[in-house]
Write a protein that binds this ligand. Structure first.
Ligand code: TTP
Length: 219
């Protein structure tokens, strides 16, 4: 990651369900000189000194969810705080979605114990207090769980073999609570909603609209 400016760049979080097309969407912005694109480091979760923590989490969630979500928080914090020379930073996900979607879901589904949830959420509160991890705009790739379920099966990431449609519905609902119903008590930047049910490859117009919004907010 390139490092320079002391001030936080205009920061955009790209959010949406598993398989909603966040990486494809971000790849459109890769070649813009003013934009630093930070893709989610899934590969780091698949190989921590030889340990595939993503796989362990899906195989034995009761045992490994806490370690996995701790790792996600750590890698997300690294991305939030990485300095960049460009005036815009676009991130695939954020500490906020880790907290309000995935950690919340694990706790509500009784996969994560109350004590583990308390440790992770207090760690999250500390990060919010001690670092500037805010976003200026959220782009929400909104999709139907059935659509992303089929996409996820097609892409065939082996760790996700056991992800059910039911699980994707839970993850969808928590995105909706956070970004559409706005039931989470926490500062939320403006949210731009894109319909991500159609293939993102055919959404050139929508991408252009986002590009214009980002540049207009910069001036
Ligand atoms: P996503 O962050 O949804 O990435 P993706 O590759 O599915 O995105 P897209 O197809 O839209 O480009 O999830 C990556 C994997 O990590 C997925 O199996 C869900 C899991 N995950 C968690 O379990 N907890 C978390 O906090 C995060 C961020 C991801």
């Amino acid at each position: 990651m390139s490092c320079n400016s002391a001030r936080r760049p205009f920061t955009v979080f790209v959010e949406g369900n598993i398989g909603s097309g966040k990486s494809t969407f971000l790849s459109y912005f890769n070649d813009f000189a003013d934009i630093f694109v930070a893709l989610e480091p899934v590969h780091l979760w698949q190989d921590v000194n030889g340990h595939n923590i993503l796989e362990l989490m899906y195989e034995t969630p009761l045992l490994w969810s806490f370690a996995f979500q701790s790792l996600v928080q750590k890698t997300m914090l690294d991305i939030h705080t990485a300095k960049c020379s460009q005036p815009v930073k676009m991130m695939e996900r954020s500490l906020q979605s880790g907290r309000h979607v995935f950690i919340e879901n694990l706790y509500r589904q009784n996969v994560m114990a109350s004590a583990e949830y308390t440790v992770l959420t207090s760690f999250y509160e500390s990060m919010l207090k001690n670092f500037d991890v805010n976003g200026d705009l959220i782009i929400y790739l909104r999709s139907d769980p059935e659509v992303v379920y089929n996409r996820m099966r097609e892409r065939g990431r082996t760790e996700e073999n056991q992800v059910s449609l039911e699980y994707l519905k839970q993850i969808h609902q928590l995105h909706e609570d956070w970004l559409v119903r706005k039931t989470v008590v926490e500062n939320l930047p403006p949210v731009l909603i894109l319909d991500a049910n159609s293939s993102l490859a055919t959404m050139e117009k929508e991408f252009k609209k986002c590009e214009n919004i980002i540049y207009s907010r910069l001036n």
